[in-house]
Design a protein around this ligand. Sequence first.
Ligand code: AMP
Length: 401
Amino acid sequence: MIGKVYSIELKLTTPLFNHLGSRTYIDPHTYEDPNQAVREFAREIDASCISIEAIIGGGEFGDVCKGKLRLAGRTEIDVAIKTLKPGSSDKCKMDFLTEASIMGQFEHPNVIFLQGVVTKSNPVMIITEYMENGSLDTFLRANDGKFQVIQLVGMLRGIAAGMQYLSEMNYVHRDLAARNVLVNSQLVCKIADFGLSREIESATEGAYTTRGGKIPVRWTAPEAIAFRKFTSASDVWSWGIVCWEVMSYGERPYWNWSNQDVIKSIEKGYRLPPPMDCPESIYTLMLDCWHKERSNRPTFASIVATLDNLIRVPDSLTKIAPNRVNEEILLFESVEEWLEAIKMGRYGELFRKSGVTSMDAVVRLTVHDLAAIGVTLVGHQRKIINSIQTIRSHLSHGFLV
Ligand code: AMP
């Protein structure tokens, strides 16, 4: 009996701690007065400590700006400042600040850090660390083909580590996508955008169902779409989609298919194909994340461990998953057509000027030749050499007619 009373007391007095001994996320919506959650989880910053320098984007509630934060006794730092449009309703203000009271509970190198909020003067602001390279999807599209595979895998490792931390806090993100990951000048990826998230019912069940709300279909696990079963396992599905986005440099998952077509195809067992030049080991990991049965998907902890092993043994990333574009390369007769197919069409002119005008000449090229032709970016050299190696290996197997 004493034990029972004790356990109830323990439950009442230490709800912030889970079995791992770390803190557990508290849904701000469970506070009767949502302002209380903001006061508890976000530090109030005086507007005089903030200077706004430029508008860098538009959020749901108002402008997103770059600026400086100078706190007493500390050096000035770059910050991102989300502002609430003047004239917004109290409800909007509360929804806006909810993101801060969620973010303020987290502290991890791969989760956006909240500096604080300005609520006592207008405009109301949320101040976070500044991420020089902006959203991951836009960043990758602007740098197509420029990274080594190991750098991409490093980014994926960061995203998975951030998600492991959040899942251990019993926090389900529900909107993990490359557009909601931010990148800093060191290429560190951090989870952002805590707008769509909701609490999970209990640490033991680790799952919940709810009604209403928009669903980002292309990133969402089938059980979350069908009956709103959002769990860390559905976040793992989304991580698999982010993995595909990263390896394809920001391609839109399922291209221009309609949401209905995506849902139907997934239901029938279709899965996204390997992106161009994607290591087989990484594609296998994606497929594991897209297991129909959610209990068969890996956890974030095991994804991080797998990626750490791959990074430690870079040879494990050299075998490229066969991909339709890789296969189609074999059918190309002109150098221009081939370069276009591997998204390196910009070098057509340089190849022609250097006298590399047939696929026969292409298969004999080395990295040194590429540099001499004028392909100086290491990422592009690798992309072209990978493709040439695919062609060579098929030639040596006698596949090419
Ligand atoms: P959001 O409303 O969070 O989607 O932000 C809108 C846009 O502002 C994003 O797509 C980013 O390009 C930019 N942004 C948001 N937060 C930051 C940040 N912490 N550092 C740099 N840029 C950011």
